[in-house]
Design a protein around this ligand. Sequence first.
Ligand SMILES: Nc1nc2c(c(=O)[nH]1)N[C@H]1C(S)=C(S)[C@@H](COP(=O)(O)O)O[C@H]1N2
Ligand SMILES: [Mo]
Length: 526
Amino acid sequence: MDHSTGGRWAALAGVVAAGAGLAAAELVAAVVDPAASPVLALGAAFVDVVPPWLKDVAVEWFGTADKAVLLATMGLVLVAGAALAGWLQHRRPPWGGALLGAVGVALALIAVNRPGATAVWAVPSLLGVGAAVVLLRVLVARVPASSAALPAALPVTVPAGGEVTALPGDGPSRRSFLAWTGATAAGAIVALVAARVVSAGSRAVEVVREAIRLPAAATPAPAVPPGADLGVPGADPYISPNDGFYRIDTALRIPTVDPADWSLRVTGLVDEPFELTWDELLALPLTEHHVTLACVSNAVGGDLIGNALWLGYPIRELLARARPQADADMVLSSSVDGWTAGTPLEVLTDPDRESLLAIGMNGEPLPERHGFPARLVVPGLYGYVSATKWVTELKVTRFADDEGYWTPRGWSALGPVKLQSRIDVPRSGSVGAGEVVVAGVAWAQHTGIDAVEVSIDDGPWQAAEVADTVGPDTWRQWRYVWDAPPGDHTITVRATDADGEVQTSDQAPPAPDGATGWHSVQVSVG
Ligand SMILES: Nc1nc2c(c(=O)[nH]1)N[C@H]1C(S)=C(S)[C@@H](COP(=O)(O)O)O[C@H]1N2
Ligand SMILES: [Mo]
């Protein structure tokens, strides 16, 4: 066989197979979460690791084209690597496929480690690389053999036993190889066009989002006292940055809603149903409020909780304008994607509870993944019964007549947040002997936290220092300095809320209405 010609065909097969895999990955990303694009993740990760001096050189040489140069360089490296994979698969199978596989897994790992990434961000790379490896094997198996190198008639032993004679034309032909490669390339182009079409909507909305200047709050939030954040390394900050804020929803693809097309309808058992547009909402006097949002699925010690400054319009004012009827007791809020939450009407009309139709999160428009352009935020209730993202309707109704998305799926119709506390540091593992800072957060939204205690090895409860807070609707940080003796130890935390209730040790799973129990970590002090 003529290896040099075959090698070139194989390199082409590698480039086409890898390109098709990448196109498939981009299409999956466009559907799942445009931010999960492996190409973007790789580029962003690259930008993060480029040393500042190299960045300066790049900007000096290429000016604002530095990003295009980055993408082109990445492209060249990928093409060279893919060609190598094709050649390897031809000459030393299965190493070509193994090379592609390793690159795909690396891309998946890079993607899930981007800020704000979820495990789902690995999916595009993994599916894409799976496709690439299969295509590589299919195409390389069809690399045409050079006819000059073939004997006139090649005896082939078939497993069935008989001997057949293959004629020269029976080997993989150039025409068949080109047909398969061409079809693969065409499929890749179709996938890329589809990816663009799918993500075009969200890109356009992201541009709109970034151009929005939020109005100042008519009722600003109190300043966060400096003592609210103890700044313990490794512990969650008092305010959770938008990029790292937990995300929970049923949306496979993040809904893209253009504010120009958005409106909120207030309907149902009301005397004055009405519809509110984006411009009308922006013109209303807005309120700012810090609220810690928590997911009912959060296990003891879990991180499905975050604290943000929300900007929005009080839901109670919207309801007052619609005038609910006397027999109503629930508001069913719906999202553009059909998801719903059922919230007690009395919670939403409570003059002492700042429930918001929120448009801002930590000083910027809601990120798309957190409900752009508008969502609900209700202090003291789990997200599944209150925090509807991409909200478009508030239907005033009755618990007897309607239920939210999760209620028929085994979750309670009512979901007040339960008193909880969590140890952030140290994590389970080894720590050095001597002074160890134990720290974390405690929450009982809308009631407030009064005290946090720590117990070492089931010993007596010791008071921890509890940090400042803006009010009862957010979590509070706590810290306890422990003089750790060598050996294996268990650290346990419990909190007491502002009503004097002590956090229960009874262990309950998240379903149907929130986990309970104390959080412990095991450390070996050496
Ligand atoms: N449209 C929509 N809104 C939703 C959900 C959803 O699945 N769809 N999930 C809810 C749940 S269970 C939680 S805990 C919060 C999480 O909000 P976050 O993703 O902004 O942290 O959103 C709520 N709002
Ligand atoms: Mo949730």
